[in-house]
Ligand binder design. Structure first.
Ligand SMILES: *[C@@H]1O[C@H](CO)[C@@H](O)[C@H](O)[C@H]1NC(C)=O
Ligand SMILES: *[C@@H]1O[C@H](CO)[C@@H](O)[C@H](O)[C@H]1NC(C)=O
Ligand SMILES: *[C@@H]1O[C@H](CO)[C@@H](O)[C@H](O)[C@H]1NC(C)=O
Ligand SMILES: *[C@@H]1O[C@H](CO)[C@@H](O)[C@H](O)[C@H]1NC(C)=O
Ligand SMILES: *[C@@H]1O[C@H](CO)[C@@H](O)[C@H](O)[C@H]1NC(C)=O
Ligand SMILES: *[C@@H]1O[C@H](CO)[C@@H](O)[C@H](O)[C@H]1NC(C)=O
Length: 777
């Protein structure tokens, strides 16, 4: 977060305005896709079938405005939705959409929106072995009957990570199917991949027909992203996983015994909301227990974001939904997927790195990272000319960024070129240097990435260095007449300290939709993650990359999300009766906020430790989440009642009433009273409000008789009082409530962070606390 509070507020405002501007832009096309949400219960008795009713509604607005000869209006319908959501997706003109919005039974009309995969496309090579504890734990758990639906780019079914040897038959309650298409046959589904479906009608309506010769119009994964995330969720153990000889080890998903259902919603041109909605709707009907969605980019409101609406329906059906927080860090207010009923996952490092060195002509050696491996190995100690095309200025220019067409071969041929990180993909900068005749690259972080070292599988010898070291190298190159350097590659190193460290790219709070709901919820490994890869494209994802690998390393919150999906599957297997909120509570209250040097978690993008706006409740601790002691449970009505506090109109609220009889029951008095496992109190700008009280209820899921006592960290700006200070449980699943009162001592200009812990000698049930004092603008 910026040091300056004013700057911080301006950032919030501009972000907010930017969203608004994007939203109000009109599409020039005469027809586009709209998602039409219907009130299922309002169907007149004259109809026997919901789809028939939905289509007749559509026709009533279309027929009067449509004078075309071929007015087969059923062609306008792209999808109908019947499970997590009710209604249809259809091609309409803006005028038709407006008309339809007025019709009885129509709850909402949402324009199609485009979502992005949350990867930073940082392919590199590493052997991901889950931490020891995860491995031991997942071996003990009978997790075979949990099914995880993955919404992504599809799957590479031949990967050894999807080998179903030793798995029991597919459970009878599974209602999914294996859709076939080019490159995807019935036999590609097995006891591991229990379902595969594709969703492209919204995509085609927006971008034109998929060229089936260039792109698999089937569940087969061309991109690699879906294969990678799916294997991270539930990949079977693969011994000797390695890339080009590096990082030998056993690769396995978080829940190796869980089943996978593939829902392909992303195509070369992106992922569209009507397809995503249809996939969630299908997945819920198919019977998934967990949904893993490494996508984002929806609208920033609860009632107009189709992922938010569909995931509400999934949550009502008991499905745990895990999503990625986004890669918009370190900017504040960059977090996406902020609905309280889903898990929002940020990214952090593991204790593994791929060290590489830059040795300067002066003899100085600098350590960075690399996954380079290839024939173009520079002679070990030979020094090569070193060049930096940027000037002595803090603003990078196009050639310092090594953008395409900006490097003069006369200058860079035969040299090691320094390139600043930013704008273009990292591996592409390497390609640009190579094309200009450069023999190596030093990739320097800028302030946006700080000291976060993301390794890449470059096409030429290349080393990535942090911002501080990058400045040293650039200064040397700019000030020495004949600067030289050599590059060295040192393989894989484990036991890196400190770790975990919050990734610079991981999206940050606060959550402007509801300051009272802290987001992201938690962080999980998302930097340099090894998992299965497609056979269609090389590890750098560049079309010029002819290498083919079975495993690849990626970074992004796209990679951290499936870690949580997999752990959630394990929790569900062990505790089949737990609600999605209970699973999230267990993950959050057992998360840790210290690294392996016992210091507070660091932020790769800042000198200061990371805060709950960056890491939420902290880093997941799977073993502890299995036995959390207490949980903060929330049911669908509570979430609905939370929405009732969000100043939505009755029509906007209706979007969430799958059963239209749901009404505000006032179980949540104020947004801060939602029984969330994190606490965020917001003092209004009215300075006469100096006392705020919030309420929580915990459920005992540990020993029947257990006495907990509370402790709360101190705050500069407020005193706290918890009542009662002890919770004495006498039975299992017993619920006890407490309240916590915050009294302002002195209003702070910046939010204050801390935590509340219930302890019984065995369990520590921790909630992060954020206190914000709003100022009048
Ligand atoms: C699946 O795993 C089994 C046991 O490890 C092995 O024998 C078999 O060859 C594997 N099948 C494939 C297709 O990799
Ligand atoms: C840029 O110039 C200033 C003043 O001339 C100097 O102090 C600084 O070290 C230079 N920076 C680099 C990267 O060379
Ligand atoms: C730099 O290199 C050029 C040509 O390679 C040479 O003429 C010059 O003497 C060198 N300067 C220094 C300071 O080494
Ligand atoms: C709404 O109706 C459904 C089905 O009729 C019923 O199961 C449910 O309990 C009702 N919910 C509320 C909040 O009244
Ligand atoms: C500020 O809060 C006080 C105490 O709750 C209340 O009496 C007063 O009306 C509030 N003032 C404004 C401007 O809202
Ligand atoms: C819980 O038990 C402790 C002693 O075991 C007692 O001091 C405390 O008052 C009890 N708390 C409540 C809320 O009953």
């Amino acid at each position: 977060m910026a040091e300056n509070p004013e700057k911080w507020l301006i950032l919030i405002l501009t972000t907010y305005l930017a969203f608004t501007v994007v939203l109000s832009t009109k599409d020039p096309l005469p027809k586009k896709t709209y998602i039409v949400q219907m009130d299922k219960s309002a169907m007149p008795a004259s109809f026997s079938d919901h789809l028939e009713w939905y289509t007749s509604k559509l026709q009533s607005v279309v027929s009067t405005t449509q004078i075309e000869g071929n007015a087969n209006n059923e062609d306008r319908v792209i999808y109908s939705y019947h499970n997590a959501f009710h209604g249809l997706a259809a091609q309409l003109t803006e005028e038709e959409a407006e008309k339809l919005e007025e019709e009885d039974g129509v709850i909402a009309i949402l324009p199609e929106t485009k979502y992005q995969l949350h990867t930073t496309r940082s392919p590199l090579f590493l052997g991901l072995e889950p931490e020891q504890s995860t491995r031991i734990w997942s071996d003990k758990v009978v997790d075979h009957d949990v099914i995880v639906g993955v919404l992504d780019t599809g799957i590479w079914p031949e990967s050894a990570s999807f080998n179903d040897t030793g798995m029991t038959p597919v459970p009878a309650h599974w209602k999914g199917t294996c859709e076939t298409g080019r490159g995807f046959e019935k036999h590609h589904c097995n006891r591991k991949i229990v379902g595969a479906r594709v969703f492209y009608r919204g995509y085609e309506a927006a971008t034109g027909k998929i060229n089936a010769r260039n792109e698999y119009k089937s569940a087969r994964d061309q991109d690699g992203h879906g294969t990678h995330t799916t294997a991270t969720v539930a990949g079977s153990p693969v011994q000797g996983a390695n890339l080009l000889g590096y990082a030998y080890g056993t690769a396995r998903g978080m829940a190796p015994g869980a089943r996978i259902a593939v829902y392909k919603v992303c195509w070369t041109g992106g992922c569209f909301s009507s397809d995503i909605l249809s996939a969630v709707d299908r997945a819920v009907a198919d019977g998934v227990n967990v949904l893993s969605i490494s996508l984002g980019g929806g609208v920033s409101s609860y009632h107009r974001d189709s992922l938010s609406i569909a995931s509400f329906g999934a949550m009502e059906m008991g499905v745990f939904v895990s999503t990625s927080a986004g890669n918009g860090g370190p900017d504040p207010v960059s977090v996406t997927n902020v609905s309280p009923w889903i898990a929002t996952v940020g990214a952090s490092t593991m204790d593994r790195e791929f060290p590489a060195t830059v040795k300067l002509g002066t003899g100085k050696a600098i350590t960075g990272v690399s996954l380079y491996k290839g024939r173009r190995v520079l002679s070990a100690n030979k020094l090569y000319p070193l060049v930096y095309m940027g000037g002595n200025s803090s603003n990078p220019d196009p050639s310092s960024l090594c953008l395409e067409g900006t490097l003069d071969p006369h200058i860079v041929a035969g040299k090691i070129v320094i390139c600043d990180r930013g704008i273009s993909p990292r591996v592409q900068k390497g390609q640009v240097v190579k094309d200009a005749g450069g023999i190596g690259m030093v990739l320097a972080n800028t302030a946006a990435n700080g000291e976060e070292l993301v390794a890449d599988c470059h096409l030429l010898p290349a080393v990535t260095v942090g911002e501080i070291e990058g400045k040293v190298i650039k200064h040397y190159a700019l000030t020495s007449a004949n600067a030289t350097a050599s590059l060295g590659f040192l393989g894989t190193k484990l036991g890196i300290r400190p770790s975990p460290v919050l990734a610079a790219f991981s999206s940050r709070g606060p959550n402007l939709l509801s300051l009272e709901i802290l987001k992201p919820d938690m962080v999980a490994p998302g930097v340099n993650i090894l998992a299965a890869w497609t056979g269609e494209i090389g590890p750098s994802s560049l079309t010029t990359d002819n290498r083919r690998v079975k495993f690849n390393i990626l970074s992004g919150t796209s990679m951290s999300c499936p870690h949580v999906s997999g752990i959630a599957a394990l929790l569900k297997a062990r505790h089949p009766d737990w609600s999605p909120a209970a699973i999230k509570s267990a993950l959050m209250t057992t998360a840790y906020v210290h690294d392996n040097t016992h210091n507070p978690l660091k932020d790769a993008a800042a000198a200061a430790p990371s805060t709950p706006y960056d890491h939420g409740a902290g880093h997941i601790s799977p073993l502890k989440a299995l036995d959390p002691g207490l949980i903060y449970d929330i049911d669908a009505q509570n979430y609905y009642d939370f929405l009732c506090t969000q100043e939505l109109t009755p029509t906007q609220l209706k979007v969430f009433g799958k059963y239209s009889n749901r009404s505000c029951q006032n179980t949540v008095a104020s947004p801060g009273d939602l029984n969330y496992p994190a606490i965020s109190v917001v003092f209004p700008d009215n300075t006469s409000v100096s006392i705020l009280t919030i309420h929580r209820t915990v459920t005992n899921v540990g020993s029947p008789v257990s006495n907990y006592h509370v402790s709360v960290s101190p705050f500069k700006g407020a005193t706290t009082k918890v009542e009662p200070e002890t919770l004495n449980f006498t039975s299992q699943n017993q619920k006890l409530s407490y309240k916590i009162t915050f009294t302002t001592k002195s209003r702070q200009t910046m939010p204050e962070f801390g935590g509340l812990v219930w302890k019984n000698g065995v369990h520590k049930v921790r909630s992060p606390i954020v206190i914000t004092w709003l100022t009048a603008s």
